[in-house]
Ligand binder design. Sequence first.
Ligand code: SAH
Length: 355
Amino acid sequence: MTLLDHLIARIRQDGPMSVSDYMAECLLHPELGYYSTRDPLGAKGDFITAPEISQMFGELIGLCLAQIWIDQGQPSPFSLAELGPGRGTLMADILRATRNVAGFHEAAQVLLLEASPALRDLQAKTLNGFEVRWINTISDLPEQPLFLVANEFFDALPVRQFIRDGEGWRERLIGEDSGALAFGLGPDAAQAALQDRLTDTKDGDLVELCAAAIPVLTCIAERISNKGGAALIVDYGDWRSLGDTLQALQAHERCDPLGDPGQADLTAHVDFEPLALAARATGCAHSRLTPQGVFLERLGITARAQALAKSLSGSELEELIAAHRRLTHPAEMGNLFKVLGLFPAHSAPPPGLES
Ligand code: SAH
């Protein structure tokens, strides 16, 4: 049975499904889902992420977290957590970069939130030699100071899509048309969660809601607000999203999101404002939304690249220069990707995220 067969059977039984249900099935169906069945990352995979582009990304994130840990009086024990760790590369770079920070590794309890068994196996291999624990839901984070990173995690969470219709909204749904999947629209209905979007949208505009992000963010912010720590949330998106950002990628090329369910990566841009509001509701502070390029430059990526360059030549040196540019340049990932920092009220924002 293919995922398409399963989805068509489900639609025939229950009627058209939301974009959010469709994303969840495509990405995380236990046997047929995209993340459940493969390692999607890297040159041979479907997409590449910042930690896979260069070790500099994880090193700077690691040193940033370690600096906050020192500034907060070196709490011990603390959770060193990552959401959606992919191949484990980012956490490996964080741990390598912080190995000489006195007491940091001894105090750290490494916790990974990962839904895919295939990727858990890969993370275990990458992080061989370190004591790591996987958690199944965000509320499993212990009640202790939390130092957390999430890179390209929130964009994988399912979104619902709504199209403005007068003073109400119609949900974009996925149904069946002669054995294939097709977009359609649900009935006109008021949406309490979109009430504030009536002011900045017009008839026919599409907005997205990522309900799953809110409990995750709330739990993180509560730990930080009650116990201390910080979180760095890195993703593509903007303060408020407008328009259809559902995107499918296969072998580094955009493709039809309904074309080959379960075989392509599906993401949506992250809407950072609801995340920031959820943080504030717990009493946790958040930084200004900062472009990734600005964040990495402030943390010293150019000095780090120059240091690494000293021992390189030829194609390796060219790769390093290209990686630096790719991570920071506004025309590449530097501007599209943003960083939101969470930190306890009355503390300073994380290094690199000062306004
Ligand atoms: N952070 C990594 C990988 C990003 S890909 C990197 O930067 O390279 C998205 C990651 O989130 C994958 O590890 C995927 O399996 C995981 N993921 C997606 N949805 C998830 C969910 N609902 N719960 C836990 N992990 C999830």
